[in-house]
Design a protein around this ligand. Structure first.
Ligand SMILES: [Zn+2]
Length: 128
């Protein structure tokens, strides 16, 4: 099936992509048509879906080509991150009991006072 105008794009989404069609058409119909006409538009279904998604992610503010570049760069950044996670973190603490030094199990080594995570939670940083 080859789509020749924005109305056909809208109709195709409405007949095949319900209930998600309204998220994309008619708002992006012109952009979708432009992207699927690009010479670089892939042949395989999954590649087409990804190409379309990357191209349209920045619309209407970012051109499809730039949008794809941004997606590629961000994926590269994600891949470059360490696959490992910190499983345990400890702090250097100064406790009102007078102890100064490394914490143990998130608490003062001398008196056992717990480190409060409330400030981190309030700032939306989440827990470990
Ligand atoms: Zn203490």
């Amino acid at each position: 099936m080859s789509l020749t105008n924005a109305e056909e794009v809208t109709a195709a989404f409405q007949s095949s992509a319900q209930p998600y069609d309204r998220e994309f058409v008619p708002r992006l119909s012109e952009d979708i048509l432009r992207v699927i006409r690009e010479r670089k538009f892939p042949k395989r279904a999954e590649a087409r879906i990804n190409f379309l998604a990357d191209s349209l992610a920045g619309r209407p503010n970012v051109e499809p080509r730039t949008s794809r570049d941004i997606c590629t760069k961000e994926r590269a950044k994600e891949r470059a991150k360490s696959p490992y996670k910190i499983l345990r973190k400890e702090f250097y603490v100064e406790c009102s009991c007078g102890y100064r030094g490394p914490a143990s199990n998130d608490a003062c080594r001398d008196c056992g006072a717990q480190i409060s995570y409330l400030p981190e939670m309030l700032l939306g940083m989440g827990l470990r």
